[in-house]
Design a protein around this ligand. Structure first.
Ligand code: DX5
Ligand code: ZN
Length: 224
């Protein structure tokens, strides 16, 4: 089986040294740079927006995975594409016309994903699933890095994997929030193939090694 795709979240990085942090990721085994855009309305926090994404893009050699935690994301898809987004995900809970939002992302030649909050059932994706390049399952309530992993997501990954096998086998299953080396093994076993990790990577002594260890996790990895 192919290695797990790793998307370190820049939210936990040192923003005063963004070029250095991006270069570290460039030299690591990371597949993406995950960028968390928060508007203070959809989530109770404000992070960063277009200028930071453009600045990251200038140095990034990895694809940019942009996670939009904002209301009315449709208004800004063209701008995020222009800033350098390669993959764009929008929240199910923020999109009353989700099918249109997904087509909008695709029309800008970006990979399109839907994000589900911890309480939103995967069954709600039944009709949209064939349209998606990826689904992002939140394993914390969105808005902050460094929160505790909500283990119920593992069962959601399992259910979603069965749905994808049936309706869209190419669809990636990404998990975001509180991911560490232990729950990562369980997530991969359940069917996740794309992991976001913020504080686990950036708060470690050796982020490059942590990324490499996550990258090499497989369904039969040993859990201590
Ligand atoms: C939370 C964000 C996450 C966050 C992950 O709203 O979507 O991407 O940065 O950070 P950790 O890995 O610290 O939970
Ligand atoms: Zn995120």
């Amino acid at each position: 089986m192919a290695n797990t795709l790793i998307a370190p979240s820049l939210l936990a990085a040192d923003f005063a040294n963004i070029e250095k942090e991006v270069n570290m990721l460039n030299q690591s085994e990371a597949d993406f740079i995950h960028l968390d855009v928060m508007d203070g309305v959809f989530v109770p926090n404000i992070s960063f927006g277009l200028p930071i994404i453009s600045a990251v893009k200038k140095h990034a050699k990895k694809a940019l995975d942009v996670h939009l935690m904002i209301v009315e994301p449709d208004k800004y898809i063209a701008d995020f594409k222009k800033a350098g987004a390669d993959w764009i995900s929008v929240h199910y809970e923020a999109c009353p016309h989700l099918h249109r939002s997904i087509q909008n992302i695709k029309s800008h030649n970006c990979k399109a994903g839907v994000v589900l909050n911890p309480h939103t059932p995967v069954e709600l994706l039944d009709n949209i699933l064939p349209e998606l390049d990826y689904v992002l399952l939140m394993s914390v309530n969105p808005g902050f890095g460094g929160q505790k992993f909500i283990p119920q997501v593992i069962e959601k990954v399992r259910k979603l994997k069965t749905m994808c096998d049936d309706k869209n086998p190419a669809c990636h299953i990404e998990v975001d929030g509180g991911v560490n080396a232990v729950n990562a093994v369980e997530l991969v076993r359940a069917g996740a193939d794309m992991l976001v990790a913020g504080s686990f990577v950036f708060n470690s002594e050796n982020p490059t090694k942590v990324i490499s260890d996550l990258k090499n996790i497989s369904a039969d990895s040993y859990v201590a």
